[in-house]
Design a protein around this ligand. Structure first.
Ligand SMILES: C[S@@+](CC[C@H](N)C(=O)[O-])C[C@H]1O[C@@H](n2cnc3c(N)ncnc32)[C@H](O)[C@@H]1O
Length: 335
């Protein structure tokens, strides 16, 4: 999560902002796509530089109000689309050369505080977890899918070691009454010893949210389509908040920027046609100062690469590598 507003504060803190601006250099102008507009933290900062244009995307229809306010100030230089970022290739204007694309994954502080979205463990009533433009909710997932399917979702998307017992308890208990948020948290608490460091329900909630919002295919196709529309020398930047997302991003950048290894006895064969130049194998983390002002930024990781070539069919291996996760996501066809 990128919680970008402090409690008791109306001020907004976009995560890793300084680092992102120094990578994309908006002072030199250009067209940028902010794939996860949220409260407009990055878009607003980029637009402060005169020769910039920003196209913003967010799946949450509630972002429209903030977007409208920005549009009133920057009529010609800003546009907003209430769409999913996997469709970025359909949004891009044919003529524009994209200098930078930013994805700041997950959900905002405003979203987790919204009782209607039901993203928080403290939410009351019916399960939801929809960020926007969804076809089913957490209530459908938890109350309709089989024990086996729930176990797979918890195991692969939450990496939770108690996936089997929790899914079994859910299915037994929903025979009496459907499972709401409070009930789900109490089932999880009944299985797990209080760990203290993170809330007992963190991984199961993460798994359900990923499934409800199809976050795996969103990320996979968001990366692929961003790489396709980016201009040569354009930069793709991704901020992630948990290890499953980071695993996918890391593989994407690494595999598409590698020189081919012919044999371990010969030097690497230089591959002049690789898609990206990776600036660093290690991610960029928020500074101590940032973490002390905006504590939820502590789990953020930024990875980025520069596009060097147009390649066709580069996505095949990448999609195959994560086919198991996509298969689990497809269990939603049963709903
Ligand atoms: C961490 S917040 C972004 C905060 C933003 N950088 C700012 O400074 O205000 C993530 C945002 O991404 C949006 N989002 C998540 N998945 C999305 C997707 N697949 N397509 C479009 N928007 C998405 C969420 O609705 C949320 O508003």
């Amino acid at each position: 999560m990128n919680a970008t507003i402090l409690p008791n504060s109306k001020k907004h803190y976009p995560v890793l902002l300084k680092e992102i601006l120094s990578i994309i250099s908006p002072q030199n102008g250009g067209t940028f796509i902010d794939c996860t507009f949220g409260q407009g933290g990055y878009s607003r900062e980029i637009l402060k530089f005169k020769n910039t244009n920003v196209t913003a995307i967010d799946r949450d229809p509630e972002c429209k109000n903030t977007a409208q306010k920005i549009k009133q100030i920057h009529k010609e230089r800003f546009s907003f689309f209430n769409k999913k970022f996997s469709e970025i290739d359909k949004i891009k204007n044919e003529d524009s050369k994209i200098k930078g694309i930013i994805l700041d994954l997950g959900y905002s502080y405003a979203q987790i505080k919204d009782p209607n979205k039901g993203l928080s463990f403290d939410s009351k009533g019916k399960l939801n977890m929809r960020l926007g433009l969804n076809s089913f909710s957490a209530d459908d997932v938890v109350n309709k899918l089989s024990q086996k399917d729930l176990e797979l979702i918890f195991k692969y998307f939450g990496e939770d070691k108690d996936s089997r017992i929790i899914s079994k308890k859910i299915v037994n208990q929903r025979l009496q009454n459907s499972i709401n948020t409070e009930k789900l948290v109490s089932i999880i608490n009944s299985v797990k010893k209080k760990s203290g460091r993170i809330h007992n329900a963190t991984k199961i909630f993460q798994a359900i949210r990923i499934f409800v919002n199809k976050e795996i295919s969103e990320l996979i196709y968001g990366l692929i389509n961003s790489a396709k529309i980016l201009d040569i020398n354009g930069k793709l930047l991704v901020v992630s908040f948990h290890s499953l997302e980071d695993k996918i991003i890391k593989y994407f950048f690494k595999s598409l920027s590698e020189d081919k290894k012919v044999s371990r006895y010969y030097p690497e064969e230089k591959n002049p046609n690789k898609l990206f130049k990776l600036m660093s194998k290690k991610p960029i983390y928020p500074s101590h100062d940032e973490i002390s002002t905006n504590r939820p930024s502590r789990s953020a990781k930024l990875r980025y690469a520069i596009k060097k070539n147009n390649m066709i069919n580069f996505e095949k291996d990448f999609v195959k590598k994560f086919s198991k996760l996509l298969e689990i996501e497809n269990l939603s066809k049963k709903l």
